[in-house]
Design a protein around this ligand. Structure first.
Ligand SMILES: [Zn+2]
Length: 107
């Protein structure tokens, strides 16, 4: 035999589920709610891009080339400065292994 209180609980649960369903339908009509639903996938996409960029940076431990932008610009060699070597000035030569851009500074 079913207790009357059990029937009340079942009816209350059905009403509650109906309210949740209506609430869900209402939220679907709100533009911001639709936008918020897309945020998790956008965050996942950004995480994936950060990981890809970290791999590129860590595999090429150079500086950013001022000409081509690759992370392959680094110190090539250091030589005594032809004009000021007698006062201890050196030249640091930098070169990009991607595009060949080269320059130097005095030290
Ligand atoms: Zn370059």
């Amino acid at each position: 035999m079913v207790k009357p209180s059990s029937i009340k609980i079942v009816l209350l649960m059905r009403s509650f589920m109906g309210i949740l369903s209506e609430l869900d339908n209402l939220l679907e009509k709100i533009p911001l709610w639709k936008k918020l639903k897309s945020v998790p996938s956008e965050v996942e996409d950004l995480k994936r891009r950060v990981i890809e960029l970290e791999k590129i940076i860590n595999s090429k431990p150079g500086d950013k080339c001022p000409k081509c932008g690759d992370m392959t610009y680094r110190l090539d060699r250091t030589e005594p400065d032809p004009t000021f070597s007698d006062v201890g000035v050196n030249r640091n030569f930098y070169k990009c292994s991607s595009c060949g851009y080269a320059t130097f500074n005095q030290q």
